[in-house]
Structures are given as structure tokens and as C-alpha cells.
Design a binder for this molecule. Structure first.
Ligand SMILES: NC(=O)c1ccc[n+]([C@@H]2O[C@H](COP(=O)([O-])OP(=O)(O)OC[C@H]3O[C@@H](n4cnc5c(N)ncnc54)[C@H](O)[C@@H]3O)[C@@H](O)[C@H]2O)c1
Ligand SMILES: O=C(O)[C@H](O)[C@@H](O)[C@H](O)[C@H](O)CO
Length: 278
């Protein structure tokens, strides 16, 4: 096929090899994944989904015991897993955690960053301390987790994938609520993702984002337990329900698997239609 550098598999690749390639599209066997924030609501679903796709998985958070408890559950189900402490307020702690994962498994291929927090304050009441904390935990830690993991991915020479948890609030403000710090941190994360995608592309490393609306986790509990705010939340979502962590986990498998090896710098909105409508 003159002039076509990418001929389709049919009729050229033997069909059996073609089918084998397709069957491995979502296979993470032989990969090591690091899930900071891994014992949170979304992080835990992602840690399990990556393990079920075949990856060895490390999870971290400030509470080492909770991380180790999740790792023990994964091990009991037959997966290779590690739980360790990491404080997103501390760049040395971030670096140490990535180094420890790479040292334990002998490689590090995937970052699935689920660290995040929210502190709601109306514009006139925003404190410097709260604004700084949200930016530190949601944005600065993403920068230095990405850097720490990229060092190992580049040294490994096998490419890799990074994915960060963003939010619909990366693109939309929230009427009637004090969301300056959260929106600013997630909006900036979009450009961090695009820039990292651009800088890591020569190394065969992809970088993408997952942007949910309200997911049934600890972070959203206060909204969902209050009938008034629950009704407001549901009223904004065309599909008429909030997300479960499992609605988000599949995207992490997709972005880190061979199926997405040509996808980078993208943010996928898992929002029941919010960003499609007004
Ligand atoms: N739940 C939602 O409605 C929702 C919606 C959109 C985006 N998100 C994003 O998804 C991600 C996961 O949130 P979640 O809903 O699972 O909430 P969660 O509170 O259950 O999990 C947050 C995770 O971040 C970790 N974390 C927070 N501060 C940390 C620190 N200083 N050091 C280390 N780890 C720290 C926690 O240990 C936990 O594992 C966050 O980035 C959040 O902004 C959540
Ligand atoms: O409107 C939204 O979609 C929310 O802002 C979400 O991003 C989070 O569920 C919220 O931050 C939890 O408190």
C-alpha cells in the first residue's frame, strides 16, 4: 500500500497474531503501578482495577497502616502489592515513596495519582493557609510525584504511563460554593498534564487525567448525606446519579494499558454529562 505507513492488520498480519495483539489491549501483566492516595475511595478502586488487569501495585498515603492493610487485602487475593507511607506536604517524602516502590519491585512503570483534598471557603473568607494547603496537596504533589516516577520510568527505558485524578472543577466553577482553591488546583493540573505529556513523549511515557464529578467517597460524603445538597448535586448531573468509584477505575486501566499507548495529554470527563450541557 504505497503511501500508507500504517497498513491495517487484516490480510497483512496473520489473523491469529492480530487477535493476540487485541487480546492484550488492557493487559498490565509485568507492569508495576504506584497509586498514591491508594486507600482513598477512588484510589482503592483504581488499585484493585490495576491489580486485576495484572499489575503489581503499591499504594500510599499519610497513614501507613491503612496503606499496608489494603496491600494485605490485595496480597490475600493473589496480587503482588506493597503499602507505604507518603505525605503529599513533603517533597522528600514523595521522592522517597517512589524510590521505595522502584526498589521493592525492581521497576516502576505506572503512576496513578489519586491524592487530593478539598477545603471549601467563600472568596471573601479564603485564608492563605487553606489555599496553600489545597494547592500543595492537589497540584504541587502531582508535580513532584510525576517527577519522582518519571526518573524511574526514564531510567527503565521501557516507556510508561502517568495518570492524575482531576475533577469537572478543572473546567467549571461551582455556583454558590467556595471553591477557589479546589478549582484553581484542578485547572492548573490540566496544564501540568499537557506539559508533562509533551516533555515525556520522547521517552514513550503518556500522561493523562481523569476528571469526575461527584463520586461516592469520603470526600463527597458531606454533600450526599445532606438532602438539600444531594438534590442540588443530582440536579446538575444529566445521567441523574453520582458516580461510584468503579465508574472511574476503568479509565485508569485504559490510560495505563497498551490500548491507550497513542493517547497523551488528554483529560477524560467522567461526569454523567455535566460538561456536555448547561
Ligand atoms: N469524590 C469526588 O466527588 C471527587 C470528584 C472529583 C475529583 N475527585 C478527586 O479524586 C481524587 C481522589 O479523591 P477521593 O474521592 O477518593 O477522596 P478520598 O478523600 O477518599 O481520597 C483522597 C486520597 O488522598 C490522600 N491524601 C490526602 N491528603 C494527603 C496527603 N497530605 N498526603 C498523602 N495523601 C493524601 C488520602 O489519603 C486519600 O487516599 C482526588 O484528587 C479528588 O480531588 C474526587
Ligand atoms: O461538583 C462537583 O463535581 C464536585 O465539586 C466534585 O469535584 C467533588 O465531589 C467535590 O469537590 C467534593 O467535595
Amino acid at each position: 500500500m504505497a503511501g500508507n505507513d500504517n497498513p491495517p492488520g487484516h490480510g497483512i498480519t496473520p489473523r491469529i497474531a492480530f487477535a493476540q495483539e487485541l487480546s492484550g489491549l488492557f493487559d498490565l501483566a509485568g507492569k508495576v503501578a504506584y497509586v498514591p492516595g491508594g486507600y482513598g475511595g477512588i484510589g482503592e478502586a483504581i488499585a484493585w482495577a490495576l491489580a486485576l488487569a495484572g499489575a503489581k501495585v503499591a499504594v500510599s498515603g499519610r497513614d501507613a497502616a491503612r496503606a499496608q492493610a489494603l496491600a494485605a487485602e490485595l496480597q490475600a487475593a493473589g496480587h503482588e502489592a506493597l503499602g507505604l507511607a507518603m505525605d503529599a506536604h513533603s517533597v522528600p517524602s514523595i521522592r522517597d515513596s517512589a524510590d521505595a516502590v522502584a526498589a521493592h519491585f525492581g521497576q516502576l512503570d505506572i503512576l496513578a495519582n489519586c491524592v487530593g483534598m478539598q477545603r471549601e471557603e467563600a472568596l471573601l473568607e479564603v485564608t492563605e493557609e487553606a489555599f496553600d494547603e489545597v494547592m500543595q496537596v492537589n497540584l504541587k504533589s502531582a508535580m513532584f510525584l510525576a517527577q519522582a516516577v518519571a526518573r524511574h520510568q526514564i531510567a527503565g527505558g521501557r516507556g510508561g504511563a502517568q495518570v492524575h485524578l482531576s475533577s469537572v472543577r478543572s473546567q467549571l466553577g461551582l455556583r454558590g460554593r467556595g471553591y477557589s482553591a479546589y478549582c484553581a488546583s484542578k485547572g492548573a493540573l490540566t496544564l501540568l498534564i499537557r506539559q508533562h505529556a509533551s516533555e515525556l513523549a520522547p521517552h514513550g511515557i503518556t500522561v493523562n487525567g481523569i476528571a469526575p464529578t461527584v463520586v461516592r467517597t469520603e470526600m463527597a460524603r458531606h454533600w450526599l448525606e445532606n438532602p438539600e445538597t444531594r438534590a442540588q448535586v443530582l440536579g446538575r448531573i444529566p445521567l441523574g446519579r453520582v458516580a461510584d468509584p468503579k465508574d472511574v477505575a476503568g479509565a485508569a486501566v485504559f490510560f495505563t494499558s497498551p490500548a491507550a499507548s497513542f493517547v497523551t495529554g488528554q483529560v477524560l470527563y467522567i461526569d454523567g454529562g455535566i460538561t456536555a450541557s448547561q
